[in-house]
Every structure is written in structure tokens, then in C-alpha cells.
Design a protein around this ligand. Structure first.
Ligand SMILES: NC(=O)c1ccc[n+]([C@@H]2O[C@H](COP(=O)([O-])OP(=O)(O)OC[C@H]3O[C@@H](n4cnc5c(N)ncnc54)[C@H](OP(=O)(O)O)[C@@H]3O)[C@@H](O)[C@H]2O)c1
Length: 436
């Protein structure tokens, strides 16, 4: 089931949430709000917060995170890591999973949650535990209902709901979590040399494409441009699209900062070039042009390749066009605007999609939506490439659903990207993890 992972917290104006393992206020209305929101849902908390509660909260699956082994409080499940706690909560099959504190657990999960129910308590209070600051570049407030203090509730308060912004949601696992995941992938993945791979299709992919170490001429033309972008100080206006295609926010960013955060690195951009060269797609769709480096690699695979590339921001799209001009690539078709508005109508005039590279929106629902639109134009020979499949809980879920989608026969997980094939020669569906 599709679920939202949320924080629910009450914090003072100075972000204090606790003092000496207690709440520093008495707000019965907030207790009621908390109970209404979390009733019937799994709640995840740190061991200290659980002890502060004294007993498990009724009507909810209580999951307590601790490093201690052999400790099993009555009425609660135990988890030894955040990932383990979330995995246990998923078994409850609910629409929302709540992380309820305290400070340590909130800090470690700030990058993973997509919603925050924040009761802002209108007071500055002394305390020893803080809630992390909410970064307005990453979050927007979608609701705020304020109430005054009264004889039962000692301070005024506002029930706020914050949603993570769509586009700003890229690197959501913390670097530490991602590193651990990479280690796990490396251990479980098959040897990248192709040993022990029985499928000729995958063996060829590994030996002829993944391990092709030739230095192609386009590498030497495109990489100097990437280097220049990584140093460029020009400022561009970047639009952040929200639900309903309205521009939520515009932000000025230097080209070098955009290049640093959104260009696929050399190793993978060159792999995408080799995939296009090897599978020889007639028509390629790229979602997320950014500054045009991967598009340049794709368009260099062979002269007749038809590349349609989609970019949200007008000024970034213009800078990408200049990159292609410098490289003499004049056949790339760029469609600018919100993917939710541009992709479907554009696909109507594209007969088939032989290759797709989806690097546009690292959220689950949009990724699955784009996948389903593109899949309608797939052929048995198509290959789809998804970026950042392990970057966030949402992207891992999206990848899981893509693997199960009807028509998908083979997938290859290279950790930073995932490949999807529809090759009907595979009688049984197979999912490979290969070191790259
Ligand atoms: N205002 C609010 O909304 C709110 C909500 C909740 C709590 N609070 C307040 O917050 C305070 C408690 O917060 P806190 O930061 O001190 O503690 P906490 O986050 O509740 O619990 C910390 C404990 O969780 C375990 N833990 C944390 N990360 C872990 C990991 N990655 N793997 C395994 N175990 C892990 C450890 O338990 P072990 O030591 O057993 O290994 C650690 O000591 C209290 O004052 C409480 O009243 C306020």
C-alpha cells in the first residue's frame, strides 16, 4: 500500500521539544490532535520517548528504536535501526506511518519524511531537546490553524502541516544511510565482470556495454564543457513546480551549483551514451535535461537518433541549448515546461519510445506516472533507465513497483541507476544487481 511517512511534533518558538525527558508544557488540545492523527497507525519512537510515555499508546502499533538487545517492553515492537522500524511499520499496511520523536529520531529521519505535523507552541521555553529547523527551500507549509491559550491550554498554538517540496526532494537519504545501502548493494550484487551470468542478454550487456572501456571521441568533446559548467558563475532563475503545475517558487542559482547537484556524473553519463550506441534506439525520451550534458551524450550515440528532452525551467533549458550549440548538436528537440503538462501531449506525436532516461522528479508518484505514460509507447526492444533508484524511500518504492509492472521482463540494478527491459525472450521475470 502507498503510505506517507510523517513526523508529528510539538515545538516551541525556539524549537524546544523536551526537558529532562518530559514535555515542557501541558496542552490537552494538542494531545487530542495527536491522538486523532495517529489513531490506528504505526508510531515509531526512540527508547527515551517511549520511557517518557510510561506505557504504550493504545490503538496504535508502537515501535521503539533502541540499540539494546534482549529488552522487550510489553505492548511494543522493538527495532534496532530506523530502516528496521520503518520496515516493521510497513507490515501494518496503513496509509500513514508516524515518527513521534524524540530529538534523536527526528534528526535522523528529517531527510526521509515527506510530511510534518508541527504544533507550534507560542512560547520560548527552556529545554534540552530540540526539533531540527525546517528548511524553507525544502518544505512548504500547506496548513496553519491557530488557537489562543485558555484555562486548560497554557500557551497559544498553531497546528501546522508541512509538505516536502516536489523538486527540492532529491537527496533524501542521509549520506550515511546511502553509504550503508551502497555497501549492501556491493555485497549482494553480482560480480561486474560477467562471471556466473547465464543469460546471454545480460552477459552481453555486462561485457560489451558496462565494461566497454574505450575512449570515444565525444567523451573528449563533452567533458570539457561539463568542467566549464562546474566553474560557471552565471546566475539562472530556477522554477520549482508544485502540484497542479503552478510555479511554487523561483530561485536564483549559479550554474555551477546546478551543475554540481543535477548533472549525472561522467561514469554514468558515458554509460548512457554506450547503452544508446549498443541498443541503437530510434527515438529517445529524456525527462530532466538540466544543463544538457546527458542529452549531449545521448545525441552523440549515432547521427540519426531522435532525442526529445524535457526540462521544467526556462533558463536552464536555454543554457542547455547553448551547450549543444557549442558541440554542433542541432537535432535535439527540447520541450520546456512542467512534465505533468508537457509529457503526455508530446508522447501523442511520438510513435514509440525505444529508450527513456527518467531523471526529472525524484518522487514516487510522478516517477510512476511518467513510467506508465512512457510504457504505453515501449516496444519489446525498449530500454528505460531510471536515475537515483536508491536515493530515497520513495524512489526505492517506485523502483519496486516498476520491477513488478506488467510487461517488464528484466531489470538491472546498478545502484545509482536502474535499467528496465521488456524483452519477451525472458520466460521468467528476472531482476539483476550488478556491480558497476
Ligand atoms: N514535543 C514533542 O513532540 C516530543 C515528542 C517526542 C519526544 N519529545 C521529548 O524528546 C525528549 C526525548 O528525545 P531524545 O532525543 O532525548 O531521545 P529519543 O530520540 O526519544 O530516544 C533516543 C534513543 O533512541 C535510540 N536510538 C536513537 N537512534 C537510534 C538508532 N539509529 N538505532 C538504534 N537506536 C537508536 C537510543 O536508545 P538506546 O539508548 O536504548 O540504545 C537512544 O538513546 C524527551 O524530552 C521527550 O519528552 C518531545
Amino acid at each position: 500500500m502507498d503510505y506517507t511517512l510523517s513526523h508529528i511534533v510539538a515545538a516551541a518558538e525556539n524549537d524546544v521539544i523536551g526537558r529532562q525527558n518530559k514535555l515542557p508544557w501541558h496542552l490537552p488540545n494538542d494531545f487530542r490532535y495527536f491522538k486523532n492523527k495517529t489513531w490506528g497507525m504505526p508510531i515509531i519512537m526512540g527508547r527515551k520517548s517511549f520511557e517518557a510515555l510510561k506505557e504504550p499508546l493504545p490503538g496504535r502499533m508502537n515501535i521503539v528504536i533502541t540499540t539494546q538487545t534482549g529488552w522487550k517492553p510489553e505492548g511494543a515492537e522493538i527495532a534496532h535501526s530506523i530502516e528496521d522500524a520503518i520496515a516493521q511499520a510497513q507490515k501494518a499496511d496503513t496509509r500513514e506511518i508516524f515518527i513521534i520523536g524524540g530529538g534523536e529520531i527526528f534528526r535522523q529521519t528529517m531527510d526521509v519524511v515527506s510530511r510534518i505535523y508541527l504544533t507550534r507552541v507560542h512560547a520560548r521555553v527552556e529545554g534540552d531537546t530540540l526539533y531540527p529547523q525546517i528548511d524553507p527551500d525544502l518544505w512548504h507549509r500547506v496548513q496553519a490553524d491557530s488557537f489562543a491559550a485558555n484555562d486548560k491550554n497554557e500557551y497559544g498554538y498553531t497546528f501546522e502541516v508541512w509538505e516536502r517540496k516536489e523538486i527540492a526532494h532529491k537527496g533524501v537519504y542521509s549520506p550515511g544511510t546511502l553509504a550503508l545501502k551502497f555497501v549492501r548493494y556491493w555485497w549482494h550484487a553480482r560480480n561486474g565482470k560477467g562471471h556466473g551470468i547465464h543469460s546471454p542478454f545480460i552477459y552481453d550487456l555486462v561485457t560489451r556495454v558496462l565494461n566497454d572501456s574505450k575512449s570515444y571521441p565525444c567523451y573528449h568533446q563533452i567533458e570539457p564543457l561539463r568542467k566549464a559548467l562546474l566553474k560557471e558563475d552565471t546566475v539562472l532563475r530556477v522554477d520549482d513546480f508544485g502540484a497542479g503545475s503552478a510555479v511554487l517558487a523561483s530561485k536564483d542559482r549559479k550554474v555551477r551549483s546546478i551543475a554540481r547537484s543535477s548533472l549525472k556524473d561522467k561514469k554514468f553519463a558515458q554509460l548512457i551514451f554506450r547503452l544508446a550506441q549498443y541498443y541503437h534506439p530510434v527515438t529517445v525520451v529524456e525527462l530532466g535535461t538540466s544543463l544538457g550534458i546527458t542529452s549531449a551524450y545521448l545525441a552523440s550515440a549515432y547521427p540519426d537518433l531522435n532525442l526529445y528532452t524535457f526540462e521544467g525551467s526556462g533558463q536552464i533549458a536555454q543554457r542547455a541549448r547553448e551547450v549543444w550549440q557549442e558541440l554542433g548538436l542541432d537535432r535535439i528537440r527540447l520541450i520546456q515546461g512542467d512534465f505533468d503538462k508537457t509529457l503526455e501531449p508530446s508522447l501523442e506525436s511520438i510513435r514509440q519510445v525505444d529508450m527513456a532516461f527518467v531523471d526529472g522528479n525524484h518522487r514516487k508518484d510522478p516517477t510512476l506516472r511518467y513510467f506508465s505514460m512512457l510504457k504505453k509507447r515501449a516496444t519489446p526492444k525498449s530500454v528505460f533507465i531510471f536515475d537515483d533508484i536508491h536515493w530515497s524511500l520513495e524512489m526505492e518504492e517506485a523502483w519496486g513497483e516498476i520491477q513488478k509492472a506488467p510487461g517488464v521482463t528484466v531489470t538491472v540494478d546498478l545502484f545509482f541507476i536502474g535499467l528496465v527491459f521488456f524483452n519477451p525472450d525472458f520466460k521468467a521475470i528476472q531482476h539483476f544487481q550488478i556491480r558497476f
